[in-house]
Design a protein around this ligand. Structure first.
Ligand code: ADP
Length: 490
């Protein structure tokens, strides 16, 4: 196993990787920008290195500085986490050129799969279902004709896309010209690459993805599926495993397709093959993500595996440590993304100081958190500051656990979406498990007007009062107050 590891990331994922590496006896190195000097990943790592840059986010993207740090510290392996450099093939290649192990796939796999148009070609070759599509090749007339053949509505996507950027739904031929401009403009702005393509728009679809692990020599296993249909603006908010109400034979087919695709590339390390599933149970390849996903913990809980540990073992030993028949999906896990935003103000990003944070210790509840009390949350980084992951013997138990844990945890000093998540968990529509990607927009009014906001206003006020030093002192000496607040909250 490696003597040390450098985690080229920050926030909850850096903390999560560092913990597993430490459990495995590996010396951990963190990088940080000055703005993050008090961040938990810095405190947690055995050693930390500052990356200088005017803009905080640019520090975590600075390949030259990160490699210099790695060489000076004689680093043997680098884990990129998700986001930042995790899907940058140049970074992966340069890490390996330095003789350092990149915990992820080869740069070549990343190049191919990071391009949505090329990755669809890979899927077609591997006999994985893809929906009808057409590439925009600077001849607008020809493209209009190809779109007519696909039929409306259709979806324009950026080939280099991610995070829903560059996506435009086109309902009729009359809208096409304007939407092409919008999509290409956004693709150029975000990715410096204006190539776009059109594909069939599937109404009320589910997003179902499969976690795979590959050894780089054609041995690939899957760790079953995750349902990620609870989304807002094409971005996931709640993920779960197994996918509810999914036909067993469809589950099996989707998992086999994911493995076939990965096998066709001799894929190495962890990856996720994403699919869109139509109401009539047809499934189509969306893309393959060549990294650890935000939502990987739900797979860890139902498969009883540590995915970061598996990634490190693959990188160190060049082989998988489990065969397919050893992977069993048991129980049900749900993850919710905790974001600093105001659900009652169109999810405007929130900033401020985390004055206090209460994460109650509850059985079958895991918090993957990347902030600490007193930390300033700024707009320098993504608004997602952590994740709540709950496990139950079945879906209903996992929902009840999510309601209990989200209801009892408190983050004060900054707006979060915790009440919005609670409103989803308490809704009948969610508990029925009839999910599709339009779930939030369809239920938006009920979710933002839920009584939970009023109920928890009082709780927030009481917890805020409890944080007051004078009240704390009083409470220490008065078991009655503590008791009365406790029972009132349950
Ligand atoms: P990105 O890489 O930008 O996140 P994806 O291709 O992964 O884009 O798709 C993100 C989300 O967009 C999906 O989870 C789904 O909600 C929606 N989506 C993507 N393709 C389609 C489609 N063909 N029809 C309907 N919705 C789609």
């Amino acid at each position: 196993m490696f003597k040390n590891i450098l985690v080229a990331n920050r926030g909850e994922i850096a903390c999560r990787i560092i913990r597993t590496a430490q459990d495995m006896g590996i010396e951990t190195h963190a990088i940080f920008h000055h703005a993050d000097r008090n961040a938990p990943h810095v405190a947690l790592a055995d050693l930390c290195h500052e990356v200088e840059s005017e803009v905080p986010v640019a520090a975590y993207l600075d390949i030259d500085q990160i490699l210099k740090i790695a060489k000076n510290a004689e680093i043997e392996s680098i884990h990129p986490g998700y986001g930042f450099l995790s899907e940058n093939h140049i970074f992966a290649q340069r890490v390996e050129e330095e003789g350092i192990n990149f915990i992820g796939p080869t740069g070549a796999s990343m190049t191919l799969l990071g391009d949505k148009i090329r990755s669809r070609e890979v899927a077609i070759k591997a006999d994985v279902p893809v929906s009808a599509s057409a590439e925009y090749l600077d001849d607008e007339q020809a493209f209009v004709e190809e779109c007519r053949k696909i039929g409306y509505p259709l979806l324009l996507k950026a080939s280099a896309g991610g995070g829903g950027k560059g996506m435009q739904i086109v309902n009729s031929p009359g809208e096409l010209g304007e939407k092409i401009q919008l999509s290409r403009g956004e693709a150029e702005r975000y990715f410096g690459d204006n190539r776009i393509y059109a594909e069939t728009y599937i109404s009320k679809p589910r997003h179902i993805e499969v976690q795979i692990l590959g050894d780089g020599n054609g041995d690939v296993i899957h760790l079953f599926e995750r349902e990620c249909s609870i989304q807002r603006r094409f971005q996931k908010i709640i993920e779960e495993s197994p996918a509810p109400n999914l036909d067993t034979s469809l589950r099996e087919k989707i998992c086999v397709s994911a493995c076939e695709l990965a096998k066709s590339l001799n894929y190495r390390n962890a990856g996720t093959v994403e699919f869109i599933v139509s109401e009539d149970n047809q499934y189509y390849f969306l893309e393959m993500n060549t990294r650890l996903q935000v939502e990987h913990p739900v797979t860890e809980l139902v498969c009883d595996l540590d995915l970061v540990r598996e990634q490190l073992l693959i990188a160190a030993n060049g082989k998988l440590s489990h065969s397919q028949n050893e992977i069993i999906q048991r129980g049900h896990a749900i993850e919710s993304r905790i974001c600093c935003e105001d659900p009652n103000n169109n999810f405007a990003p929130a900033t401020g100081k985390v004055q206090s944070c209460h994460l109650p210790s509850i059985e079958n509840t895991r918090y993957d958190i990347g902030f600490s009390e007193g930390q300033e949350i700024t707009s320098d980084f993504d608004s997602m500051i952590g994740k709540l992951i709950c496990y139950g013997t079945d879906r209903n138990a996992a929902i009840q656990k999510s309601i209990e844990s989200a209801g009892k945890m408190h983050i004060l000093g900054i707006d979060t979406n915790l009440n919005f998540l609670l409103a989803i968990f308490r809704s009948e529509a969610f508990s029925e498990g009839l999910l599709h990607t339009g779930f939030i927009s369809e239920n938006q009014d009920a979710l933002t007007n839920s009584s939970i906001y009023e109920e928890n206003k009082d709780i927030a006020a009481i917890v805020a009062t409890m944080e007051d030093p004078e009240v704390r002192h009083f409470m220490k000496n008065s078991s009655n107050l503590h008791r009365s607040i406790g029972s009132w909250r349950n």
